[in-house]
Every structure is written in C-alpha cells, then in structure tokens.
Design a binder for this molecule. Structure first.
Ligand code: XMP
Length: 259
C-alpha cells in the first residue's frame, strides 16, 4: 500500500523529492504555521513528506503533527515518520502503532535490533494497518562507517562482512518498503542498489546541506531523495524545491527511461 501510494504521488508530481520538514527550534505555534506554509507552497514539487522527532517533540503527535499530516494527505502526499525505531518488540509495537494511528503512512526503523522481539512486531502492525516500514542501511553522516561500515561476523554464515550488507539482506528477507542509504555515499548507493536489485527502493537523505548531490545519488541508484535544510532554510523554498526536483527528475528519466 505505502509503496503504491508513493509511486502514485511520484508520477503525479513528476518528483521523487521527499521534504524533510525540519525547522530550527522555535515556539510551537510559529513552527506549526511555518510548517503548513512551506507544505502548502512547495507541495507541487514533492512526492512525500517526512517528519522526525524534531517536529514531534515541540508540536505533539496528536496535536500539531496530526494537523500537518492531515494537510499533507489533503495535498496528496504520503507521510513518513523518521523515528529510527530501535527498541524491544513490545515497545516497538506501541511506538509504531502510535505513529500509524496519528496518520503516518510509513516509519523508518533501525534493523540493528533483529527480527524476533525486535522488528517483527513493527512489520506485523504495518501489515495489519496497511502501512510501510523503511529500514536504515547506511546513514548519511560522517561517522556512519563506525556503525554501518564496521566489520562483523554474520551470525548465519559466520563470515566477516560489513554491517550494512547484513542490513541489505534483512531488507530483502523482511520485504521492507525501502532502504535508507546516505546520498553522501554514492558508491555505497551503487553497491547496495546492485544487491537490492530494484526489489527494495533506496531512500537517500543528505542532499545539499550534508554535501550529497542529487544527480549523483540518482545515477547511483537512489529512487527517492530526502531533502531538508536546503529547501526549508532557503530564501525561496518553493523555487529551491522546484530546482532540486528538476535535476533529480531529469536524472531519473535519463536513467530509467520513461517513468
Ligand atoms: P538535511 O537537512 O540534511 O536533512 O537535508 C536530512 C533529514 O533526513 C534525516 N536523515 C536521515 N534519516 N537516515 C535517516 O533515516 C539517515 O541516514 C539520515 N540522514 C539524515 C535527518 O534527520 C533529516 O530529517
């Protein structure tokens, strides 16, 4: 369901840009009105909206956040909660259920906790509520190699492999709706895309503010680009969103042919 929703909005808007609506800390009322203002004006250039705890903490999940989600849905945009859920199964289930009940169409989770009494309850809730689960595979920040790139022993094969390759296998085995790979590491996107083979789309954050390049990320195999500060903090967020959308869409068209 989630995959179909985001594919549909991508085709409609001719955009694979997901807006990370992360505003600098401010008073909740101003945060809400600025969020709605950006959403209202930039939505034609977006395929989805992503929020994280930077928004949930000041605005409240069943308060300001729900107002943003309902506006996004009215504008035809699916919504993603970048929660990086990472606890024991019982807690994970409750967290995912709250986010889905508030209206999020998908949540981002950390596969590090494993399946049994870890990720399994989240997938169960997602299937029941017809929502999506996106897994972290290789993050966008500088220290990503310390965790996602560390060499570990695969508990099944006993071979030494980088952590992210185990996460790739989990994304495939669990039939995740997406895999997050930082745009700051196009070589990793290329390598991971070759392993995922279009079975799990790549969501790529880190464009602009973190140094990632939209064209390079798409050419390496990213399907969706997550963009925050470069749009949100631009002098003209609408124009910036349109420019990034154009670059990314042309690259996607050149790579995939007709979309
Ligand atoms: P900027 O301002 O850097 O914002 O464009 C990026 C947004 O994406 C989030 N982020 C990540 N989320 N895996 C994720 O699931 C990542 O590797 C990652 N890197 C950045 C960040 O919290 C912000 O909302």
């Amino acid at each position: 369901m989630f995959r179909q929703k985001i594919e549909k909005s991508t085709k409609k808007a001719k955009s694979n840009i997901i807006l990370a609506l992360d505003l600098p800390p401010d008073e909740p009322r101003r945060l809400l009105s600025r969020s709605l203002q950006i959403l209202n004006s930039a939505h034609p250039y977006l395929c989805a909206l992503k929020l994280n705890r930077q928004a949930v903490l000041p605005l409240g999940l069943f308060d300001g956040v729900q107002k943003i989600l309902s506006r996004a849905h009215n504008l035809g945009l699916p919504t993603i909660m970048d929660a990086k859920i990472n606890d024991i199964g019982n807690t994970n289930r409750a967290i995912a259920e709250y986010y889905y009940k508030a209206g999020f169409d998908a949540v981002i989770c950390n596969p590090f906790v494993g399946w049994d009494e870890g990720m399994q309850p989240i997938f169960e809730v997602a299937h029941r509520m017809k929502r999506g689960v996106i897994l972290l595979v290789y993050m966008s920040h500088k220290g990503a190699a310390e965790g996602y790139g560390q060499i570990v022993q695969d508990s099944t094969t006993k071979q030494l492999v980088p952590q992210y390759k185990i996460f790739v296998q989990r994304a495939l085995k669990w039939n995740a709706d997406g895999a997050v790979v930082g745009a700051t590491y196009p070589d990793k996107i290329r390598e991971i895309h070759a392993l995922l083979k279009d079975k799990v789309p790549i969501y790529s954050p880190g464009i602009g503010a973190q140094g990632g390049d939209a064209e390079a990320a798409v050419n390496a195999g990213a399907q969706y680009l997550i963009v925050g500060r470069t749009i949100v903090e631009a002098k003209n967020p609408v124009k910036t969103a349109d420019q990034i959308r154009n670059t990314a869409w042309q690259s996607l068209k050149a790579k995939n042919g007709k979309i």
